[in-house]
Design a protein around this ligand. Structure first.
Ligand code: CP
Ligand code: NVA
Length: 269
């Protein structure tokens, strides 16, 4: 039994975890904070220990990374990060699976490729850096000044980097995408930053992943976006709907990657 504790909206992560668990013969309980005592402030230490008596794993989507880590500390079952403000690792699993489908037949084939992420140095960017480093993929983050990734995550990614993978941050979109095999972007204002939308639209002017940027990439380059997308902001409608786009394969891969993750975590039960 997989328990979902989601304090933020979700389509892909929620549904793909439910379907993955069903395909493995398991079940999911949607423990919405509003209908459990979580929403009324029951301590994580108590919730995590109680739910560990009923469930086999928990998938948690929340704001602070520290809250997720508190669940992981107190639970006696696997706790999966289904997105925090700091990281979105399940997304990165699907992203690199999509890159593998385009450029090879095994994770080893990814080493030496370059993934360019243009936009906000957010949770999605962080997980791309960390996962890319482990796979030997160069990850170039292109972002305006003031929107760079967390320096601690950058340091961790560089320490993890295998096979000479370069994890870099640049402040020019053309420099970021030049020659890359994958171009990636995400919303400029993440969940919890809605009131900064207008200010961020001004700061990110010139950072739309559009046809001009795509033309600077490797001619074989694929385009990725974790979705949901804002067409005309971080990505043009032509690019997201164009022939280089793999965004719907990428969304499908959430299901396959998470099914493999659950099988790995729970397969011995
Ligand atoms: N990409 C992603 O995590 O989508 P959801 O917010 O819909 O789960
Ligand atoms: N960076 C986005 C990702 C959504 C899947 C957010 O946190 O809102």
């Amino acid at each position: 039994m997989l328990g979902l504790i989601f304090s933020k909206a979700s389509t892909r992560t929620r549904v793909s975890f439910m379907v993955a668990m069903a395909r493995l013969g398991g079940q999911t309980i949607d423990l919405l904070p509003i209908v459990t005592q979580v929403g009324r402030g029951e301590p994580v230490a108590d919730t995590a220990r109680v739910l560990s008596r009923y469930c086999d794993a928990l998938a948690i989507r929340t704001f602070a990374q520290a809250d997720l880590e508190a669940y992981a500390h107190w639970a006696t079952i696997p706790v999966i990060n289904a997105l925090t403000d700091l990281e979105h690792p399940c997304q990165a699993l699907a992203d690199f699976l999509t890159l593998q489908e385009a450029f090879g037949s095994s994770p080893a084939d990814l080493a030496g490729l370059t993934l360019a992420y243009v936009g906000d140095g957010n949770n999605v960017a962080h997980s791309l850096m960390l996962c890319g480093a482990l796979l030997g993929v160069n990850v170039r983050i292109g972002c305006p000044e003031g929107f760079a990734p967390d320096p601690n995550v950058l340091e961790r990614a560089r320490a993890l980097a295998e096979q000479g993978a370069q994890i870099s941050v640049v402040h020019d979109p053309l420099e970021a995408v030049r020659g890359a095999q994958a171009l990636y972007t995400d919303v400029w204002a993440s969940m919890g930053q809605e009131e900064e939308q207008a200010e961020r639209e001004r700061a990110f002017a010139g950072w739309c992943l559009d046809e001009a940027l795509l033309s600077e990439a490797d001619p074989r380059a694929i385009v990725l976006h974790c979705l949901p997308a804002h067409r005309g902001e971080e990505i043009s409608a032509g690019v997201i709907e164009g022939s280089a786009s793999r965004v719907f394969d990428q969304a499908e891969n959430r299901l396959h990657a998470q099914q493999a993750l659950l099988a790995t975590l729970l397969g011995g039960l």
